[in-house]
Each structure stands twice: as structure tokens, then as C-alpha cells.
Design a protein around this ligand. Structure first.
Ligand SMILES: Nc1ncnc2c1ncn2[C@@H]1O[C@H](COP(=O)(O)OP(=O)(O)O)[C@@H](O)[C@H]1O
Ligand SMILES: O=C(OP(=O)(O)O)[C@H](O)COP(=O)(O)O
Length: 398
């Protein structure tokens, strides 16, 4: 079903609520990759050029306790956005209240403000992430129309997307959401085969759930990164101090059974004694990981095994780095697989998604070698599974 977009509505003089996904990777308190900011610029510029009063908001990280607040403030993102727009972005360090309301009422046409991390509302009762009805209603009351441009968050039904949408008369898609729907939806409706999915990263408990449905659409599912160790454990291997989701081991076993050979794991890993960029690296077969070492990357035999599958693929969707690529010593597996994908670009469709995955290929200078870099990891995987995403469903139909 075609969705309404910002082209379909009047913006001039209106208070335009814009939900973006500015959940950018941070390193030592700095933005290490700004792909998600750049990707949102067309929508923001369009609203400003058409005389809208832009009220921007996003989540950043996951907020569980008081100490998460300071390091997840959106203030540095607002500063970076100002530089891109060459226009002041007024940052309000609150998520509700009179200061925010009077700043919004003071906006002139073509001006922009951004308010604080929507997940600061998670501190007392997960109001944002549980889509607290009062919160969605309150945020909706701050604007006249709602533009959802947060594809990366489209698989979440939170107060800042679905909650606002159900309390405001008009919800439309921004250009990024529209582009992602067209591209990913179009490619995956009838993918050219072999269709290979590659999964890695650290959000194991979230993303392991998508594999069952993924097995119905993909011909092969390659698993590396932090995701692999729960599977190695399920296969009976000792995994030392590697990332493990103990309560997902049974699910991993079940997936291996139903996959009938479609799931491929590595044969070797790169380990270290500590999660540290300087830690010495060792190549270990998966049946010989010492108890005081953790898996940090896929090993050279695994790279070869994955490359041999990739070279014949016609469609590849990849989410989740295959190792701790932020530490150069443990980036080799992710880099090699990224390189292998750039080599098939001429005859295959290659999509990489997710904040960190996109950051990795941009860091390697290989981003031009992909057909599409999606801003959503979990979102593109769930889209791929055939699920209806709440952040897309809540947008008005044409
Ligand atoms: N073996 C591993 N152990 C721990 N963390 C890992 C491992 N492999 C990859 N990672 C981490 O996974 C993180 C990204 O995971 P995730 O958020 O799921 O990806 P994306 O943002 O692309 O969706 C990276 O910060 C990376 O360091
Ligand atoms: O970074 C995101 O997801 P991704 O890592 O799957 O791309 C989105 O901003 C969603 O964040 P969340 O997984 O904390 O809800």
C-alpha cells in the first residue's frame, strides 16, 4: 500500500514533528559515524525550505539507569546537524515541559529545534519503549503534523513513532523512510537467488528471533560476530568468555535442526584474553577456545568458507559486524567479507544495514561497493522476514 509522504501535505507555518533515527555510533564521547544524520538531511531541508517549523527528536542508545543519561545526550548530534544544515539547531535538553513548549511556540517558519533523547523517558517506567499512551499523546500535542523518517526504528512500536501517530491527525513518511521502503521492499519482494543473509553483531537476543522466518526466504544464512557463540554453545563447544545469551541456546539448537544445513557457522575464530584493542590475538578452531579467551572476530578459514558462498550469491542482505571492527586488530573478518561483497556488486544486489554495520563499511572506505546501505539493521531484517513494521504501518495510506 502506497504511503503518504511530506510531498502530500502543506508544511508552511505548521509545527512539524519529525522522528529521525539519530542513534549514531559513539566512540569516546564523539560521533564515530554520521551516516544516519546525513541520511535524514533531505527530509529536514525539505521541511525547512517549505516554511515548516521543524521539531526533531530521536532516541540514542538504551537508557537503563541514571548513569546512561549523560553519555547518551543528543546535544552533540544537534551540534553536528547544525553544521550540516548551516543553520542553528536550537537544542532543548528536556523531553517535556514548559521550556520545550515555549521554545516550540517561539519557532519561526523555517527554524528548527531538537529535543533530548526520547529514551530519557525510559528511566522511570520505560515510558518511551513501552509506548506509554500519555507520553505519545503529549508529544503529539506539540505539533500539527507528524513526519516519520526513522526507518532504523521502524520495527519498534514506541511512543515517539506509533504513540504520536495515533494521537495526531496526519502522519506521513519522510524521504528516507520512503527510499528504504522502495528499495528494500522492491528488492526483497522477489529476490534473485541464491539469496544469502549474513548476521553478526551484538544484539543477539533481538536478532536471533528473526532467523526462523529468515530461513523461509533465504537460501543460506551465514552467522558470525557476537551472534555466533550462542550457536557454538548449542553445538556443544566451549566458548570461553565470549558473548553468550544463555537463555537462547535452546532456540539456537532448534534453529540448527530446522535449518537443515542452511545455517553456516565458522570453523575458526580470533580470540583475545580481554575486550581491549591492545589485547593479543590468537587464531583458534571452534573446538579449542580456551576458557579464559573470548571470540572477537571470525577466523581465516571462516572468511574463506563465507567467501565461497558469497561469490555465487545474487542477493545478499547483511546486518551485524562479524567481529569487534572498532578495534583494528579485530576488524579483518568484517573487512574481508565487505571486500568480497564489493566484488560481486556487478552481478548481485548487496544490501548492508544497521548503524554499526554501515559505520564499518564506511570506515573501510568500501561503502561505494554496495548496492544499498540501509540505515536500519533490525528493521531491514524484520522487513525481510515479511513482518509489518509498526513504524511503517502507522503512516497514513495514500
Ligand atoms: N564477537 C563479538 N563479540 C562482541 N561484540 C561483537 C562481536 N562481533 C561484533 N560485535 C559488536 O557488535 C556491535 C554491533 O552490533 P549490532 O548493534 O547488532 O549491529 P548493527 O548496529 O549494525 O545493527 C559492534 O559494536 C561490534 O563491536
Ligand atoms: O540502531 C538501531 O538498530 P540496529 O542496530 O538494528 O540498526 C535502531 O536505532 C534501533 O535501536 P534499538 O535496537 O536500541 O531499538
Amino acid at each position: 500500500m502506497a504511503k503518504k509522504t511530506i510531498r502530500d501535505i502543506e508544511l508552511k507555518g505548521r509545527k512539524v514533528l519529525i522522528r529521525v533515527d539519530f542513534n549514531v555510533p559513539l566512540k569516546d564521547g564523539k560521533i564515530s559515524d554520521e551516516n544516519r544524520i546525513v541520511a535524514a538531511l533531505p527530509t529536514i531541508n525539505y521541511v525547512l525550505e517549505h516554511g515548516g517549523k521543524a521539531i526533531l527528536f530521536s532516541h540514542l542508545g538504551r537508557i537503563k539507569e541514571e548513569k546512561d543519561l549523560e553519555k547518551n545526550s543528543l546535544e552533540i548530534v544537534a551540534k553536528r546537524l547544525s553544521e550540516h544544515l548551516k543553520q542553528n539547531v536550537l537544542f532543548i535538553n528536556e523531553t517535556r515541559g514548559p521550556k520545550l513548549e515555549s521554545a516550540i511556540n517561539g519557532l519561526k517558519d523555517g527554524e528548527i529545534l531538537m529535543f533530548e533523547n526520547t529514551r530519557f523517558e525510559d528511566l522511570n517506567g520505560k515510558k518511551e519503549s513501552k509506548n506509554d499512551p500519555e507520553l505519545g499523546k503529549y508529544w503529539a500535542s506539540l505539533g500539527d503534523v507528524f513526519v516519520n523518517d526513522a526507518f532504523g526504528t521502524a520495527h519498534r512500536a514506541h511512543a515517539s513513532n506509533v504513540g504520536i501517530s495515533s494521537n495526531i491527525g496526519v502522519t506521513v513518511a519522510g524521504f528516507l523512510l520512503e527510499k528504504e521502503i522502495n528499495f528494500i521492499g522492491g528488492t526483497l519482494e522477489n529476490p534473485e537467488r541464491p539469496f544469502v543473509a549474513i548476521l553478526g553483531g551484538a544484539k543477539v537476543s533481538d536478532k536471533i528471533e528473526v532467523i526462523k522466518n529468515l530461513l523461509k526466504v533465504a537460501d543460506k544464512v551465514l552467522i558470525g560476530g557476537g551472534m555466533a557463540y550462542t550457536f557454538f554453545k548449542a553445538m556443544g563447544y566451549e566458548i570461553g568468555t565470549s558473548l553468550l545469551e544463555a537463555d537462547k541456546v535452546d532456540l539456537a539448537k532448534e534453529l540448527l535442526e530446522i535449518a537443515q544445513g542452511k545455517i553456516l557457522l565458522g570453523d575458526d575464530v580470533i580470540t583475545a584474553k580481554a575486550f581491549d584493542p591492545e589485547s593479543e590475538k590468537n587464531v583458534r578452531s571452534i573446538d579449542s577456545i580456551p576458557e579464559d579467551e573470548m571470540g572477537m572476530d571470525i577466523g581465516p578459514r571462516t572468511v574463506e568458507k563465507f567467501e565461497s558462498i558469497i561469490k555465487d550469491a545474487k542477493t545478499v542482505v547483511w546486518n551485524g559486524p562479524l567481529g569487534v571492527f572498532e578495534f583494528p586488530r579485530f576488524a579483518e573478518g568484517t573487512r574481508s567479507i565487505a571486500q568480497a561483497l564489493t566484488e560481486i556488486k556487478d552481478h548481485a544486489t548487496t544490501i548492508i544495514g544497521g548503524g554499526d554495520s554501515a559505520a564499518a563499511v564506511i570506515q573501510f572506505g568500501l561503502d561505494q561497493g554496495f548496492t544499498h546501505i540501509s540505515t536500519g539493521g533490525g528493521a531491514s531484517l524484520e522487513y525481510l522476514e515479511g513482518k509489518l513494521l509498526p513504524g511503517i504501518e502507522c503512516v497514513d495510506n495514500k
